[in-house]
Write a protein that binds this ligand. Structure first.
Ligand SMILES: Nc1nc2c(ncn2[C@@H]2O[C@H](COP(=O)(O)OP(=O)(O)O)[C@@H](O)[C@H]2O)c(=O)[nH]1
Ligand SMILES: [Mg+2]
Length: 386
């Protein structure tokens, strides 16, 4: 029997009936620009901001308007999507000037504490910092940043910092698009350092790597067994390995761990052409090693800019992103098409019983597929919406 229900598109938030769910998602947190009485205030129906108002608000660095612009980007409503894209188009000339830094590491490594200390230091130095998260599990936990609100207490109250939790729900691809576009909005709003946090699970660290200039891996000390737990793949992505909690009784072990990582790095292809990845000691708690790490990032930026690698990576990221979106869009059209969905069980059966080969099956399915029909069928298709 054919299944004619419309599949939920990747950009649909789990509670898609809620208005401005992005803002609702961060109520009760210590995020500075959110009214703590939000839930007590009866939501009044206010006219939505116009495109001009959003563009001007973001350029002025108005945090409330920036939050609303991001909520539009995260919306599953095609009209919101179209509006957000028009806004983004106009803001595009103001993007790209921030330094984009990714942070990954196992839960408990100290990422949130690190961002709190590192972020405060950057703000003290006069930077404007946006902290974003990519968390594939966020539909359950509402984002790793939220789970750690107490660890970013002081940072979240600073006017120079803007903290946005991971968009909830959807595929990693959908979350990635939203996060990229959120990053661009933040850049247009004048944030000059973007920190993107992710828990190292599944593909999320690859996704973050694909949108940042500099990528660091935060690890724990005493890593004899831990070292094996860390996938070589993640180490290959890192421009720096930060051995956190290098304080107190742990300092000696941290130094040993650093040596172990340094030896491992020898056998690993560097993440960035012309750059040597190293392991550094830090303590997010005692705030040591942070200035040095920021210096390393500055040197990285200077060297890669001079060599052209910096721009080359960004260009590659843009094209890869476009490619990934094409893939995902066509994938959704194909597998969401009624005819394809209707015939699929039968064709699967035929393949399993050896009547046709997988190659023949694909040829048949593709012959049945009509992209125009599929695009019409997708009720909320952000790419075809006006
Ligand atoms: N001693 C010490 N503890 C730390 C340090 N950084 C984080 N922690 C502790 O490690 C635990 C996990 O930290 P958290 O930032 O939540 O880790 P995350 O899961 O990677 O975000 C918390 O109890 C922190 O207080 C550090 O530099 N030194
Ligand atoms: Mg955390």
């Amino acid at each position: 029997m054919a299944n004619y229900t419309t599949t939920t598109p990747e950009w649909a938030v789990s509670n898609s009936s809620a208005v401005m769910s992005g803002i609702e998602g961060i109520k009760d947190t210590t995020v500075g620009n959110i009214n703590p009485n939000w839930s007590k205030v009866k939501p009044k129906r206010r006219a939505a901001l116009t495109e001009d108002e959003i563009v001007e608000g973001v350029i002025k660095g108005d945090r409330v308007i920036l939050s609303q612009a991001i909520t539009l980007i995260e919306s599953n409503n095609p009209k919101h999507f179209a509006k957000a894209q028009r806004v983004l188009q106009r803001l595009l000339p103001r993007t790209g000037k921030a330094l984009r830094v990714g942070i990954t590491g196992v839960p408990g490594a100290g990422k949130s504490t690190f961002i709190e200390s590192f972020g405060n230091m950057l703000c003290d130095e006069g930077h404007k910092l946006a902290v974003l998260a990519i968390d594939p599990t966020s539909s359950v936990t509402r984002g790793s940043i939220l789970g750690d609100k107490t660890r970013m207490g002081t940072l979240s109250r600073r006017m120079e910092a803007f903290i946005r939790p991971s968009p909830a729900g959807g595929t990693l691809g959908g979350v990635a698009r939203k996060s990229r576009e959120t990053m661009l909005m933040c850049e247009a709003a004048g944030y000059d350092v973007i920190l993107i946090e992710t828990v190292g699970v599944g593909q999320s660290e690859t996704t973050v790597r694909s949108m940042v200039d500099f990528f660091m891996l935060v690890v724990l000390t005493g890593a004899g067994d831990d070292l094996q737990g860390i996938k070589k793949g993640i180490m290959e992505l890192a421009d720096a390995i930060v051995i956190n909690k290098a304080d107190g009784d742990n300092l000696i072990r941290a130094k040993v761990t650093r040596g172990e990582y340094e030896r491992m790095i020898e056998f690993i292809r560097p993440a960035t052409e012309g750059w040597e990845t190293h392991a550094y000691l830090a303590s997010a708690l005692k705030k040591t090693g942070l200035k040095e790490l920021w210096q390393v990032i500055q040197i990285f930026k200077r060297l890669t800019t001079e060599s052209g690698v910096f721009q080359k990576r960004r260009d590659g990221q843009l094209l890869d992103w476009m490619q990934a979106m094409i893939d995902e869009h066509l994938h959704n059209l194909f597998f969401g098409d009624n005819v394809i969905m209707g015939r699929m069980p039968e064709i699967r059966e035929a393949v399993l019983s050896g009547i046709i080969s997988p190659t023949q099956a694909v040829a048949e399915l593709v012959k049945m597929f009509d992209v125009k029909r599929a695009a019409q069928r997708q009720v909320v298709d952000i790419f075809t919406a006006r």
